[in-house]
Design a protein around this ligand. Structure first.
Ligand SMILES: Cc1ncc(COP(=O)(O)O)c(C=O)c1O
Length: 491
């Protein structure tokens, strides 16, 4: 299972190492050499700390779905290169090398594909979208959206805005008010470097090491990474078929978590929508537990796959008759999935007090996101948003239909809840299949998928039998990937 590596942890399990290895076989060369190189790289970055005992050869071979000889040859190469040593009865260990305490930390293997260069034929592991043409045009010719005066104004300032460019904060507040039914003011908004920084800032600021945090299980792996890094004690609430509000209430009453993280609109990975009644219950629960911060992540909220009625965010249920906000209801969003991830623009909507604390943390991290880009995004969000959403939905629906159509044709035994929206499906593999072993076998045929346990706080049996597939590649590539996955399944 996915486990945090702490400096004193003396051994790493085979499955945890398999997760850390990421896309290791996606390059030319003998498998044993690729494996040794990847382990050496993890030792170099400190993710495998000095003295750490590597898994037994047989166990690692099973987790990676390779022969034991491959692992034995990789360990031998590591010993030859002076990266590892073996002693009778003490297994194979990483030898001491220079690193930093911050480096000796468990990174979620989910990010390995982004952190290391890899060449897979089809990457269905990350939900990353092409740049919308309207956004590409605005970036290459900013004057086309800003106009001459605004273009001059965009560079006529210090460029340092830890809260975000005032114009963009204003437009985001208006966007939340009008399009997402959440009345908002500029002072309640901070601009962040994508949704990931929004979550990271909230976790760093509001959770102390050891404090409990509740998440849906499965959930977005990026939040699990931020939580593991912060030392939080993560509690997963089963949510394969949607979150049961009774279970949420039970967890909050029993554990009094510092934070509850939810994705009510087009949940990642299932794509389901939390019904309005459950949202109202969550808001009432938050009112009864003012010390727990409830985060509603709306990063995927503008990506419906069909015409479903969209309930407003949980924070909208927390407004009292005077329109006053419940201070422990926080909303997070991002333009990465509708516009383009390369913009790295996201936001947090929260009480003005919390926004002030987050801005101080953001100032310490990066003194603010790039101001010029924020000016362009403000103009797009104010002017072309409907066009961009329309373009993105056509783009997305053709991809969803291509993948699910091909899976139904090639793999009739696979099951997944039909997503209402979002960029992924949560596939339950046939009886007794292990998502981790399947993902390793698929990777060697050039298709990257995410094993379910990387999206699970508990990495229990339920998650192990799943994989997550993102449908953000071209329709043709998705069809070919489905054929490859079928060949892997039937081999
Ligand atoms: C639910 C959710 N939140 C946050 C993020 C991160 O967003 P960004 O790419 O803007 O950092 C993602 C990305 O997949 C996501 O699915």
């Amino acid at each position: 299972m996915t486990e945090p590596i702490r400096p004193r942890l003396a051994r790493i399990g085979a499955v945890a190492l398999a997760d850390l290895l990421g896309h290791w076989p996606a390059a030319d060369g003998a498998l044993y050499r690729l494996l040794a190189m990847r382990i050496a790289r993890l030792a170099d970055t400190g993710e495998l700390s000095a003295g750490l005992r590597l898994p037994a050869e047989r166990e690692l071979a099973t987790a990676l779905s390779v022969s034991r000889n491959t692992v034995a040859a990789a360990y031998q190469l590591l010993r030859d290169e002076g990266m590892a040593e073996s002693r009778q009865g003490a297994g194979t260990r990483i030898v001491p090398h220079r690193t930093t305490p911050a480096g000796v930390h468990r990174a979620n293997g989910f990010f390995a594909g982004l952190l290391e260069a890899s060449e897979v034929v089809a990457d269905l592991s990350v939900a990353i979208v092409d740049c919308a043409p309207q956004v590409a045009a605005a970036l290459s010719e900013p004057a086309s959206v800003l106009g001459a005066a605004a273009l001059t104004a965009a560079t006529g300032n210090t460029g340092y805005f830890p809260h975000g460019l005032p114009a963009l904060r204003e437009v985001i507040a208006a966007h939340l008010t009008r399009r997402l039914d959440l009345p908002s003011a500029r002072e309640q908004v901070i601009v962040t470097t994508g949704g990931q920084q929004a979550l990271d800032l909230l976790v760093r600021n509001e959770v102390l090491p050891g404090q409990p945090v509740a998440v849906e299980d499965p959930t977005f792996p990026g939040v699990l990474d931020a939580l593991h890094r912060s030392g939080a004690s993560v509690i997963g609430i089963p949510a394969d078929g949607g979150l049961d509000p009774e279970r949420l209430e039970h967890v909050v009453r029993t554990h009094r978590p510092a934070l509850v993280y939810l994705i009510p609109t087009f949940h990642n990975p299932t794509g389901l929508v939390m019904p309005p009644g459950h949202r109202q219950r969550a808001a009432r629960l938050a009112a009864a537990h003012p010390d727990t911060l409830f985060i509603d992540d709306m990063t995927l909220a503008e990506l419906p796959l069909r015409d479903v009625p969209l309930p407003p965010p949980i924070a909208a249920s927390g407004l009292n008759r005077q329109g006053m906000n419940q201070p422990n209801l926080v909303t997070v969003g991002s333009l990465s999935k509708v516009y383009w991830g390369g913009l790295r623009i996201g936001w947090i909507r929260a009480s003005t007090g919390l926004i002030g604390r987050l801005a101080a943390a953001k100032a310490a991290a990066d003194l603010g996101s790039p101001a010029f880009q924020q000016a362009i995004v403000a103009a797009l969000l104010d002017g072309s948003h409907d066009d961009i959403v329309k373009w993105r939905l056509d783009w997305l629906r053709s991809r969803h239909d291509a993948l699910t159509g091909a899976l139904r044709a090639y793999l009739p035994g696979w099951r997944w809840p039909a997503p209402d929206g979002g960029l992924t499906i949560w596939v339950r593999l046939p009886e007794h299949a292990d998502g981790g072993v399947f993902a390793q076998a698929a990777l060697r045929q050039g298709v990257a998928v995410v094993p379910g346990r990387l999206l699970s706080a508990t990495a229990g049996e339920r998650a192990d039998g799943h994989i997550r597939l993102a449908f953000t590649q071209s329709p043709d590539s998705l069809r070919q990937a489905a054929a490859t996955l079928a060949a892997v399944q039937h081999s």
